[in-house]
Write a protein that binds this ligand. Structure first.
Ligand code: SF4
Length: 464
């Protein structure tokens, strides 16, 4: 039996989800062709789709889902008899739309065992009814309200057939060196319930660990393939701090020259401040943190669990621990004003974080996908229109059209200059924003552009 696993976009990383699914299907006795269409579209041949018994798409994020549409349509058109599955966070969120494209099965979090079970049943004979697994308490599905996601015994991801790491994002070091980057996950899901987060409708406050031996074997395989740096793609690395610290200590002991990066929320950086020096000591190149906003009212709406003061404290803590903090933002949302956008830029400059912030972060607009907890709030509902199947989001417009216009202008500045000098782009955006807000030029002008950022960063810009 032949399967084809397809990834369409994973932020410039070699896809863990695809490699994990490949391991489970191969263990079930299937032949697997893994295709990363973002990096190696040439392998997506008609003959490959036509000969497959099972075609599965990994949809971990919004952009990946939109990019998958034409490929799903083509797969269904070429191969009416194939079982087509979609798995990952955005599969159940867009169930109706995916079904209209011809997808049979929709698997959300912790999908591997269910995918392997579908494959085994296909071998056994007659087609089973389509399988939909959701975990949200507000959605129908076989797992029902309050359902627990399974706790899997993971297999070591099988990266056979995926493009080499040299095709993916690299880590740009301040000294000009670049490192090949591997990607793994030590946990999935999240204990928290931030309103704007796509993890929440699927995991609903649950998180699941990947067994340490599996993670370390996956890291070792990627080191053997040339990786000098590992990105941990966990939604939040400190959902399980003991598990996390055991892993990075073991990683450092086995590969002392390796660096890594992780994502940790501000609340966890404060709560586990004692662990920060150990992250630095074990090779942590940077910590990404979804700060989202510096406006406490907006942070409360998003239920982020931190305040502006917490963010400022986290910056100081990371600096004291020799850790590079990389904040990300939802820069444009319905509660922004022209003045508060300028205030955000002033705060970034004032905290010495201009080099830390990727230019695309200054143009990120709040996404409201199907299932978003934001839709529970009047503050959000009064701004949104109908669900737009073309963008797979609820469209919203700002009550002040000048803010939407500023968003268009900032997006145009960032445009194709996603990897341009960060200081130059920041300075341009700041000048524009202050002009639009009727404010004088910033008193603390951004220092002149340098050739390179002063902090390590991944050179693949990303979208949600
Ligand atoms: S902490 Fe991060 S991953 Fe967890 S719910 Fe909030 S935004 Fe999502």
């Amino acid at each position: 039996m032949r399967s084809v696993l397809i990834s369409t976009y994973e932020m410039g990383r070699q896809p863990f989800g695809l490699a994990s699914a490949a391991a489970w299907l191969r263990e079930a006795g299937w032949s697997v062709t893994s295709i990363d269409a973002a990096k190696d579209n040439a392998r997506l041949r008609d003959a490959t789709l036509v000969s497959a018994d099972l075609i599965a798409f990994h949809l971990p994020m919004h952009t990946a889902t939109r990019l998958a549409e034409p490929i799903i349509r083509k797969a269904r058109q070429l191969n009416a008899g194939a079982r087509i599955c979609a798995f990952g966070l955005y599969a159940p969120l867009n169930a109706e739309w995916l079904r209209s494209l011809g997808v049979d099965d929709l698997l959300g979090g912790e999908f591997e065992a269910a995918l392997a079970a579908i494959a085994r049943k296909l071998v056994a004979g007659p087609k089973d009814p389509p399988y939909i697994r959701l975990s949200s308490t507000s959605r129908p599905g076989p797992f029902g309200p309050g359902a627990q996601l399974p706790r899997l015994r993971f297999l070591v991801p099988d990266r056979t057939g995926l493009p080499p790491l040299s095709k993916y994002a690299t880590l740009q070091m301040p000294d000009g060196w670049r490192r090949l980057v591997g990607y793994t996950e030590a946990s999935r899901g999240c204990r928290h319930l931030c309103r704007h987060c796509p993890v929440v409708p699927i995991y609903n406050g649950q998180f699941r660990v990947v067994q340490p031996d599996v993670v370390l074997a996956d890291v070792a395989a990627q080191v053997a393939a040339g990786a000098g740096h590992i990105t941990f793609g966990d939604p939040d690395f400190f959902n399980g701090p003991t598990h996390a610290m055991r892993l990075v200590c073991a990683l450092h002991a086995a590969h002392p020259s390796m660096s890594y990066d992780v994502t940790i929320k501000i609340e966890h950086l404060l709560r586990h401040r004692d662990l920060l020096p150990r992250l630095a000591d074990t090779g942590c190149a940077f910590v990404t943190s979804a700060v989202e906003s510096i406006d406490d009212r907006v942070l409360a709406i998003l239920e982020k669990g931190h305040t502006r003061a917490d963010f400022v404290e986290a910056v100081a803590l990371c600096r004291g621990a020799r850790l590079t903090l990389v904040p990300t933002f939802v820069a444009f949302h319905p509660w922004l004003t022209l003045e508060s956008f300028c205030e955000l830029l002033d705060a970034i400059a004032g905290l010495g974080l201009i080099d830390h912030v990727a230019p695309i972060q200054l143009a990120i607009r709040l996404l409201v996908p199907e299932g978003s907890r934001l839709l529970e709030l009047d503050e959000m509902r009064r701004h949104v229109g109908r669900f737009d199947p073309a963008t797979l989001t609820y469209r919203w417009s700002h009550p002040d059209p000048r803010v939407d216009e500023l968003h268009r202008e900032v997006t145009a500045i960032v445009g194709m200059r996603l990897n341009a000098n960060r200081r130059a782009v920041f300075s341009e955006i700041r000048s524009l924003a202050r002009e639009r807000a009727g404010l004088p030029p910033a008193a603390d002008r951004t220092r002149p552009a340098r050739d390179r950022a002063t902090v390590p960063y991944l050179n693949e810009p990303w979208y949600c």
